[in-house]
Design a protein around this ligand. Structure first.
Ligand code: SF4
Length: 379
């Protein structure tokens, strides 16, 4: 699973297992397999989306890349350097290039600090813009569509969308090259979501940023990601460029996620796939294919043998039978709507040439009108 350009970030065999503890003394009684061996690469200036339901390991992956939590196994290389081998000052310096935008901007901002102070903090921490913090803060606010006056305000004085803009400005303050966007629009209204996505796209174009865009909704990532990795229970089950994955999803899980998205054509909709059951526990994932307990195509081989992520035509999928599974069909809804409309119209107009003068059709029946042509009063 490689991109054409040399990778800015490369992740190999990344694993994170958390000990599950119970009882008063917190005795370990198992392992939560949050991330269980994933690989991906991101080129400079590219956006890769990590998509999946809650608990699939996508946010844990973002935090592992930033080394906010330590992986159990695997390798993370950023600009050719082994991130896991860095410590102390080296790690701090490297972290400047890797920033994060959180889902809940209100929770991620200090309510006692003005926005100006919040944005000046990373400048001081990394020794950036010495002696001209105020100027740089105003510049950062301008980059995200806010003004110098906003620097004096506190987080509670902003709307949700404005707070997320402040969160983006804070991430930009350290002059990063890669930003982990952890569900940055999930808590926002739909109209504001589009504005924030457009802002992130503009910033990427102007500043050459790379994004790992984490989301649970494929509809959101369609507008920003170049490539998409779909995660299920700690594993990547499908990975490909956006065009190929949206046009021809191969894994039944991706197909189910995609079937929930409306198509932009008013006369069509996708055949809806409703998955049965809940996501199994990451404490005890199913044997073989982890998706088999919810997969409508599961067979014995799916229980016995775990599918590997196999690549064909630059599009990878972890399913034994993907070649036999057709993507959900587009259903023409315009024709059905027309038929209903025609019946309705027939109720008032009647089939052409099918009623005699002095008669008016109502539904399938034809009623006689008095010689004046007016309809009879209802009884
Ligand atoms: Fe379904 Fe089997 Fe494919 Fe897993 S390997 S997605 S259970 S068909």
């Amino acid at each position: 699973m490689t991109s054409a350009a040399p990778p800015l970030l490369s992740v190999e065999g990344l694993v994170k297992h958390f000990p599950a503890r119970t009882g008063f003394i917190g005795r370990a009684n198992g392992v939560v397999r949050a991330v269980d061996g994933i690989d991906f690469e991101i080129a400079a200036g590219e956006t890769m989306a990590l998509v999946g339901e809650s608990g699939c390991g996508k946010s844990t992956t973002g935090r592992l890349v930033l080394r906010l939590i330590e992986p159990t196994a695997g390798r993370i290389r950023f600009e050719g350097r082994d991130l896991l081998a860095l410590n102390g000052a080296e790690l701090r310096a490297q972290r400047r290039a890797l920033q994060i935008i959180f889902q809940d901007p209100y929770a991620s901002l200090n309510p006692r600090m003005t926005v100006g102070q919040t944005l000046a903090e990373p400048l001081a921490l990394h020794g950036l813009a010495p002696g001209r913090h105020r100027e740089r803060v105003v510049q950062l606010l301008g980059l995200v569509g806010l003004t110098a006056q906003h620097a004096e305000r506190y987080p509670h004085e902003f709307s949700g969308g404005q707070r997320q803009r402040v969160g983006i400005a804070r991430a930009l303050a350290a002059e990063p090259r890669l930003i982990i966007c952890d569900e940055p629009v999930s808590a926002l209204d739909v109209s504001i979501q589009a504005q924030v996505i457009n802002l992130l796209s503009d910033l990427q174009r102007n500043l050459g940023l790379s994004y790992v865009f984490i989301a649970h909704d494929l509809a959101i990532v369609k507008h920003i990601a170049a490539r998409v990795a779909v995660m299920y229970l700690g594993r990547i089950v499908e990975y490909g460029n956006k065009r190929s994955l949206f046009a021809s999803p191969r894994h039944p899980y991706t197909q189910a996620l995609l079937s929930a998205i409306p198509v932009p054509h008013p006369g069509e909709r996708r055949q809806r796939i409703i998955l049965q059951g809940d996501v199994p526990s990451a404490l005890d994932p199913p044997s073989g294919c982890r998706f088999r307990t919810r997969c409508p195509y599961a067979r014995q081989r799916c229980t016995d043998e775990e599918p590997v992520l196999g690549e064909a035509d630059g599009h990878a999928v972890a399913c034994h039978f993907w070649r036999e599974i057709a993507p959900p069909a587009l259903v023409a809804v315009a024709a059905r709507r027309d038929l209903r409309l025609e019946r309705l119209q027939a109720a008032f107009r009647g089939p052409a040439g099918d009623h005699r003068a002095g008669e008016q059709p109502v539904g399938d029946a034809v009623i006689s009108l008095p010689s004046g042509g007016a309809a009879p009063p209802a009884e």
